[in-house]
Design a protein around this ligand. Sequence first.
Ligand code: K1U
Ligand code: ZN
Length: 169
Amino acid sequence: MALLPILCFPDERLHTVAKPVQAVDARIKQLIADMFETMHDSHGIGLAATQVNVHERLIVIDVSEGRDQPLVLINPEIVWASPETRINDEGCLSVPGIYDGVERHERVHVRALDGEGKEQLIEAEGLLAICIQHEMDHLMGKVFVEYLSPLKRNRIKTKMLKAQREAQR
Ligand code: K1U
Ligand code: ZN
């Protein structure tokens, strides 16, 4: 297994729209294993392939306390979303250290393939529903800071660029 580098905002590659996974083959299974290792190493609860510069519709998630309930979503589609929404604080491994409120559907039903290529229907609420919506945005090239005001987003961009410059020194 391998740790993969995570793209950081405002990297333009985070705005790439992912293409469907064509086959759940050995390459995709290796990518899933590497993404779980990368997500756990970064103490995240989710990771989209976009964030590791692979532009295919693949997400890994584990919102469990014991970090022992892995979920793989390949070619996910939201088939139902509750009319009720709620604003929750979100973070992102591609925007380290930034947390802010984003409005999301409280519950969603998602159809996707699992890590073996088998179709699954996930009925999600709470943190899982939030995480799925956040990760599916990544696959569409959207980062959560795009929900914030232009003023906040620009401040975050400046802060990230400064941190990246300092890390290179
Ligand atoms: O996509 C990512 O960058 C992963 C992201 C997922 C996420 C967290 C919180 C709300 C929505 C989506 C993270 O894992 S950020 C890590 C983090 O700060 C966190 C960890 C556990 C619970 C809540 C946040
Ligand atoms: Zn994110």
